[in-house]
Design a protein around this ligand. Sequence first.
Ligand SMILES: *Cc1c(COP(=O)(O)O)cnc(C)c1O
Length: 333
Amino acid sequence: MTDVTLQSIYEARRAIQGVACRTPLVPAHRLGGDELDLRLKLETAQPTGAFKLRGAANAAARLSAEALRRGVVCASTGNHGRAVAYAARRLGGRAVVCMSSLVPQNKLDAIRALGAETRIVGESQDEAQVEVERLVAEDGLSEIPPFDHPDVIAGQGTIGLELLEDFPDLDTVVVPLSGGGLIAGIARAVKSASPAIRVIGVSTQRGAAMHASLEAGRPVEVREEPTLADSLGGGIGLANRWTFAMVRDLVDDTVLVSEAEIAAAMRRLFLEESWVAEGGGAVGVALLQDRHRARLGRRVAMVISGRGIDMAMFRRVVDGEVPFGTAIGASYD
Ligand SMILES: *Cc1c(COP(=O)(O)O)cnc(C)c1O
């Protein structure tokens, strides 16, 4: 495997064409107010509803025809699982998604509707991951990991190329941050053009593994709790090979936001700009609050990374609820 370079990101752009979309960058005058030229990068417009399609499509496209026929495999039923299923089908390959028996039926149905095979194993994400490794070792399938892989990072980095073209004088990019594939790819792209462009990562307080790892100077695990930004959960992997070092070396700032701030961000995005996003997709909007404003420049691109939320939950949030706000970890809010 090679490092993630500007060239590998340009190659990814060619590879994902026809599978992932070039997404719109739209001005947000109400959210931005008079001082900010704020524009939203709507990854919610991807056919699977989230940016993860870029990385999955690039990783799948780089496999041989034979490897694609044998199949790609992952253990996610969220945005990554949908991306792997969709990309494999579009490229004429097979996808297997491993999941625990605790996965809700609607998520299972959504993955199957995209044409993927499903394997139900055990009662935890860890057991599903063991099945992934077995399929790789015994049946020769290719794993597409959610973030810690150069092809996946390069795929997400194509967002950075689009930002540079559509907003050439931008000074700040705000990016939702979990495992770090998204922000690492974007940072590699925009910093190659101009190291002065600030890249800021936003994570949930309820499981900020990258933030804690940066503070510790090495990958560490954190306690996880239910959060409205469920797509930002999960660790960075104690054996992290790529994203930890890239985020450490390229990202200027990381910010943690509370459940109440995430809910307010989703509400503002919907009520002021009419855009629907899931919690993890909307976290950047929380930086528009006065106490974070100094971190931003004047020409700000904000990545709205996904819309994988069910409408019943979305309605509750728009109506003013903070679904996970007080039950657990109330001290954070
Ligand atoms: C996966 C995901 C993220 C975080 O991406 P990483 O590459 O893990 O940092 C952010 N938003 C959404 C909607 C996601 O699905």
